[in-house]
Design a protein around this ligand. Structure first.
Ligand code: UT7
Length: 313
């Protein structure tokens, strides 16, 4: 689910020029592969996008909201400090009683969320889950920092997960390395009724880039080994959509032809926790991904966090 306002690189460059910030379509495309992103209207929150994505996922799965007993919203841009965006989504879906919580793992949030939901279903703690990635990153961008504000966009994607005799999720692998807290962060907080520190996104792009390239390959190899599968078994690679160069590098390391790489970063920008479910949704609805295909989902981002989920669709 993408908010309707599509902003091209040229439009964003013109807007930034008004602030004395220089950028260009050429620079953004060459360094990232991004051509456009979507920005939510000022009165639209993460829960609005999440609830719409959830309705689409329920419809695709042929399920009703009252059949869900677990709602996980992966987000770094929640509506409020509390309650969780997941509780607000539950209210917007017009149901009550299910477990509902937010999961904060920045751009790895969706693979973290899938892993938690899978574990809860396998343990019997839940029977049917909505896992949603939803973000309004436009709210935390510093439009005076050309190194970050051209990269991100808003959106939400969702899946319904339930127990089945047929797998499903084959293997998962999650990690974090808190030594790298500072390379991608929003360092502000709320205290005494005031925002303390800086509430806008900061990123050391090159440090994130270098770490991402290494961990995406290792997480992919780990889930393949856990599931007893091989590179060649992957039908579709759906990595976090941050930078086409990182994504293509990962595909090459896994010896996958680039046709097996699902790319939406060109049209969505980096939508953090929403990027993987949005890419999955796009590829499924276009008919590229079919029942039985083997998918490798991979998240990486602030924390520093990363992880992978291998599944048969
Ligand atoms: O979602 C979590 C995961 N995030 C990521 O995976 C992001 C990882 N990092 C990246 O994708 C890349 O590092 C960036 C796209 C953020 C930056 O690309 P880069 O090739 O690492 O560029 P850079 O930061 O080294 O900057 C190169 C030059 C600099 O100018 P000088 O110092 O060489 O004169 C920057 O000031 O490009 C300049 N620059 C820009 N120029 C035009 C930085 N941003 C812009 C811009 N327009 N928007």
């Amino acid at each position: 689910m993408l908010p309707p306002r599509r902003v091209t690189n040229a439009e964003l460059a013109a807007e930034l020029a008004g602030r004395g910030i220089e950028t260009s379509d050429e620079w953004i495309v060459a360094r990232t592969g991004i051509h456009a992103r979507h920005f939510a209207a000022p009165d639209v929150c993460a829960s609005d996008l999440a609830a719409q994505a959830a309705r689409h996922a329920l419809e695709a799965a042929g399920r009703r909201a009252d059949e869900i007993d677990l709602i996980i919203v992966a987000t770094s841009t929640p509506d409020m400090v509390f309650p969780s965006t997941a509780c607000i989504v539950q209210q917007k879906l017009g149901v009550q009683g299910s477990a509902a919580f937010d999961l904060q793992a920045v751009c790895s949030g969706f693979v973290y969320g899938l892993t938690v939901a899978d574990s809860m279903i396998r343990s019997g703690a839940a029977t049917r889950a909505l896992v949603i990635g939803a973000e309004v990153f436009s709210r935390i961008l510093d439009f005076n920092d050309r190194g970050t504000c051209v990269l991100f966009g808003d959106g939400a994607g969702a899946v319904v997960l339930e127990a089945s005799e047929v797998p499903g999720i084959l293997a998962t692998d999650l990690h974090a390395d808190g030594r790298h807290v500072d390379i991608l962060c929003v360092p502000g907080t709320v205290s005494g009724g005031k925002v303390i520190g800086d509430p806008l996104l900061k990123m050391d792009g090159q440090a994130v880039f270098k770490l991402a390239v290494g961990v995406l390959e290792s997480a992919a190899r780990t889930v393949l080994a856990k599931a007893g599968r091989h590179d060649a078994d992957i039908d579709w690679l759906i990595p976090h959509q941050a930078n086409i160069r990182i994504m293509q590098g990962t595909a090459r390391k896994l010896k996958l032809p680039l046709e097996k790489l699902v790319v939406t970063v060109d049209e969505h920008g980096n939508t953090s926790a929403a990027s993987i479910p949005l890419a999955l949704d796009t590829a499924v609805r276009s008919g590229r991904i079919r029942a039985g295909d083997t998918l490798m989902l991979e998240g990486v981002g602030g924390g520093f966090t990363w992880g992978a989920v291998l599944l048969d669709f």
